[in-house]
Write a protein that binds this ligand. Sequence first.
Ligand SMILES: Nc1nc2c(ncn2[C@@H]2O[C@H](COP(=O)(O)OP(=O)(O)OP(=O)(O)O)[C@@H](O)[C@H]2O)c(=O)[nH]1
Length: 544
Amino acid sequence: MADPAAELQRQLQLLAEQFRQRLQRDLPELSAQAEALGKAANEAARQPLLLAIRQQLHKLAGSAGTFGFAALGEQARRLEQQGGAWLYAGQCDGSQLPAFIADLQRLSALAGNAGPGGSSEPLALAFENRRTPLDQRIAILEEDPVQGQSVELTLQNFGYQARWYASAAELSARLAQQDVDALIIDSDHSAAPELLAGRTSQSGLPLLVISSSNDFASQLRAVRAGAVGFLCKPLNLPSLENALQRLFSLQQGQPYRVLIVDDDLELANRYALVLRQHHMHVQVCHEPSTVLEYMARFAPEVLLLDVQMPDCEGPELAQIIRFNDDWLRVPIIYLSAETDLSRQMQALLRAGDDFVTKPISDNALITSVFSRAQRARQLSNALARDSLTGLLKHADIKEQVSYEVARAIRSRRPTSVVMLDIDHFKQVNDQHGHPIGDNVIRALANLLRQRLRKIDSLGRYGGEEFLAVLPDCSGEQAQKVIEEIRQHFTRLTFQAGQQQFHCSFSAGVVQSNGEQSAGELLHLADQALYAAKHGGRNQVRLAV
Ligand SMILES: Nc1nc2c(ncn2[C@@H]2O[C@H](COP(=O)(O)OP(=O)(O)OP(=O)(O)O)[C@@H](O)[C@H]2O)c(=O)[nH]1
């Protein structure tokens, strides 16, 4: 297989070569326009020429630096500003016009030597660590044995390989083996101050800190030790797991989807190449009028928008996108050669979230896009997902069932719907308290998430009730999978203080016959669940 770094260099060189060819076409054209400007009889003839020249210069100012023609880009920007001022004033300064024309005609000389173009230093993103959720190894430092055991057991129930250590020496011995994916430290542990003080944000291993005090100083200490999460006692274990999931999903989540809208073909392709090298999924749209189709089809999580385009300006396009409520969460970053701060502000006031000035270094581009995409996905998950389980909420899973059922009818493939409910859950709450009940719900949610396929959809339908839709899966197959999950779930041991207990669930499964509506299938799954409950619970029934 080709060396990826060498392949990247090859592709970057190819794009630089295409850009060089474009310069060979554009610069003589610019020179001819400059000559025409010099010969123009009056201001009325000069102004349209100046407008065309300024547009060309604007493109060059934004792109040349990225392809390694830094001097050309800087000179183009200076001339663009001068031309812009004359356009604004409505007339050229006669005394400076000959020098302006001469500078334009000399631009070709600056296109001779290109530097490296962009920056090729690698960006340290947390992608190396790609374990599946089932085998993530968590080490916990906790002096209180009840708390230590409870965290260990609950995280095991949530699907992690969790191990509790009461002594710092034992923990250090484990860490020396370098087989831990995340560390949880109780800052009230007698060895914690020293351990935390010895760590920095660069220490590598992700850290979550538990603390009995929520004050600013404790949180600052945690941040300085490189903590990615801070949790206060009494410990809410689902919240602890939320922090772990955020951490691991960052490491192994789906690539972020980025849409670039820019009429400059080479530049957009170069940005796309750089972002793809950093695990992002990128599409390029050169035609502003087609952007709505891209939005609907590709569902980008970040939009990179050029400001000056021939048929439609970036801020106009951003306003059109903001008309649609479905895309309100998509951050819009303007990527533009516009350096005038007040015009940047005007663009942001119309629509859009950020402004990045071209030419931009590769690392700055990656960081801007990555941080926006990460935040957008976190927000979107927080809004669409149930906070206790991280699964789809009631309305969203119902919508997903409708979507899959409609698809099954079209494709004539079997699709199964599963409704599932924890048995005697009221007793769990009554006997052990609501927070322990929450741990049980979370454990089942994780088990289902881990055992079902990526193409299956899963949601929290009600309090202790779950709904899943399994495309391309017969009723018998679905029953078998859910039965395995049921058996696994009954083996989990839950802890409430010194007490241990077990739980079970009942489930109803129905396979679409290609004719029923989503509502009818939900009703049949519910009936099968009812039959399972009345048949003695702790079982999976297939609708007949
Ligand atoms: N801990 C916790 N409990 C919840 C949550 N949502 C709903 N519940 C509780 O879930 C219980 C559901 O009880 P019931 O519907 O009576 O059913 P059950 O006790 O599970 O009995 P069967 O379903 O008949 O086996 C109620 O006590 C609710 O308060 C939640 O988010 N967390």
